[in-house]
Ligand binder design. Sequence first.
Ligand code: IPE
Ligand code: IPE
Ligand code: MG
Length: 269
Amino acid sequence: MKALRRLTGSRNAAISDASAGAPASVVPRHVAIIMDGNGRWATRRLLPRTVGHHKGVDAVRTTVEACVQRGIEYLTLFAFSSENWRRPEEEVSVLMTLFVSALEREVGRLTRTGVRLKVIGDVSAFNPTLQAAIRDAEARTAGNDKLTLTVAANYGGRWDVAQAMRRLLAEQPECMTDPALITPEAIDARLATAGMPEPDLFIRTGGEQRISNFLLWQLAYTELYFTDDFWPDFDAAALDRAIASFSERERRFGRTSAQVAATATAQRG
Ligand code: IPE
Ligand code: IPE
Ligand code: MG
């Protein structure tokens, strides 16, 4: 049964584990992560919260490399939500400085590992230095095609749907007189994630079980995985645990289990 399930996700590739006898796992094509728990990681060690954010950057590097090694094509990371401006000014300021330094420092490594960087969100709210660092990192990695790393910064799922609607109305004013033109496909094509497959696997670290205004539209059929691990502790083994959980899921997309099994049998021919 598990073997059948493995073949049912049309976008998923079944691969064999390197170690003999280990069960094959399904590699999700697109993984989306809410990197939560930096502050608590630091507080537990009697350190300032910002130390947790610095450690969080190391976990990003480790996770990006683990994704490349596993053949994951898209990794989308929630780095700063549209609500995170509500944090103390000093913490926001440290996060902004950290973004600039991480972008400048990591761009060479991203290129060497074939990672293309994209930033989604309302970047116009960032200071000019950060906006320039984002543009530069995107331009310098534009030719890479192993993994698309999308960083959501000043991003909110509600903002994304609203900006997609605004774009649709601007590009197709006839929507005003013919509302039937406002279709899920028309909105989807104007989201910040347009052109990417929807996330197969969503991971949230830090123990909270909520979406916090991340990819609201795009997560409609994503498999959700929550872990108590704090983000700075997330590593390749933690990613593999999430992938193992994902591999056990039967993705039905509204169909029955029997239909899914029949499709898998037909695909195997
Ligand atoms: C996630 O960790 C990082 C950002 C939101 C920028 P937190 O800073 O939310 O850490 P906790 O949840 O307070 O522990
Ligand atoms: C979500 O984490 C945003 C990011 C990880 C960037 P938060 O820590 O801001 O979420 P809430 O406030 O606990 O829901
Ligand atoms: Mg948090």
